[in-house]
Design a protein. Structure first.
Length: 277
């Protein structure tokens, strides 16, 4: 029932800002998502290294698929893996300023079957820094991770910056995930904050481009019907290329992206989940 373009696209980041759902509420909400008709669209429940004790208490004896988010870098990896022993670890997201050191620690500590994504600060991914970082990650078995939003305006990259990352990954055959600011399908200006949000449909469509100018143009599109029409025109091969590149993004709301897709006629209109923030 879920088109291939959207399968496993929405990693459940309910406990992260701006949603900030308590862990004790996020676990049953996630299990409800995983039991719903749209379950194929939902990835693992993301949890920060410092909240794994809470997660263990909330999860009880029932299985839970978890993505570990490690903002503190390589030093958090070993203790987080130990604390996550009760769970099925679906992946690791490691933020670092030292890509080479992070890759070495992942090689040393992470089981080969567990995927990982390495996130570098955006200030290190400008100019030749981007090229060098992507080259390094592309030579490993891991994905890149890029931050597409946050709680302040400067946390949102413009379309040129994001296009440089997307096309740099495309040229190298490097998979990546995104995080923050992508709750909605279409690029827009938030009426309350004034922040410029990228749309996840824009990012999906731009993921197949290797020309930064073309990718930036796709990222700048604000007409949902234009994007929906482009999605409907995708071939199976294009969908495979896109999702082999853009693997997932973290969203603190599962309801919002589903509702947006339904409003554009890309998913059934009902029943949709209640707001989960």
């Amino acid at each position: 029932m879920i088109p291939g373009l959207f399968r496993g696209l929405f990693d459940d980041a309910a406990v992260f800002p701006p949603g900030n759902l308590p862990v004790a509420e996020a676990v049953p909400a996630h299990r409800a998502h995983r039991a719903a008709w749209y379950a194929e669209s939902v990835g693992p429940l993301l949890c920060g290294a410092g909240r794994l004790d809470e997660l263990t208490a909330a999860a009880g004896e029932q299985p839970l698929r978890v993505g570990l988010v490690l903002p503190g870098g390589s030093a958090e990896l070993a203790p987080a893996l130990a604390a996550a022993a009760p769970f099925e670890v679906a992946g690791v997201e490691l933020a670092t300023r030292d890509a080479a050191g992070a890759l070495a620690e992942l090689d040393r500590l992470l089981a080969p079957e567990i995927p990982a994504a390495v996130e570098l600060p955006r200030e290190l991914l400008r100019g030749q820094g981007l090229e060098a970082a992507l080259d390094l990650i592309a030579d490993s078995r891991y994905r890149a991770k890029f931050r597409t939003g946050g709680l302040v305006a400067d946390a949102f990259p413009d379309e040129t910056e994001l296009a440089a990352f997307l096309t740099g990954c495309a040229r190298r055959g490097l998979a990546y995930k995104c995080t923050a600011g992508l709750h909605n399908a279409v690029r827009h200006t938030d009426a309350t904050t004034g922040f410029e949000h990228h749309g996840f449909l824009n990012v999906l469509l731009a993921a197949q481009e290797s020309d930064p100018a073309v990718a930036a143009e796709v990222l700048a599109e604000r007409d949902g019907e234009v994007l929906a029409k482009a999605v409907r025109a995708l071939t199976d091969r294009q969908v495979t290329v896109i999702r082999d590149s853009f693997t997932a993004f973290g969203t603190c709301s599962i309801a919002e992206p589903l509702a947006d897709l339904a409003s554009l006629g890309l998913l059934p209109a009902s029943p949709l989940p209640q707001e989960d923030r």
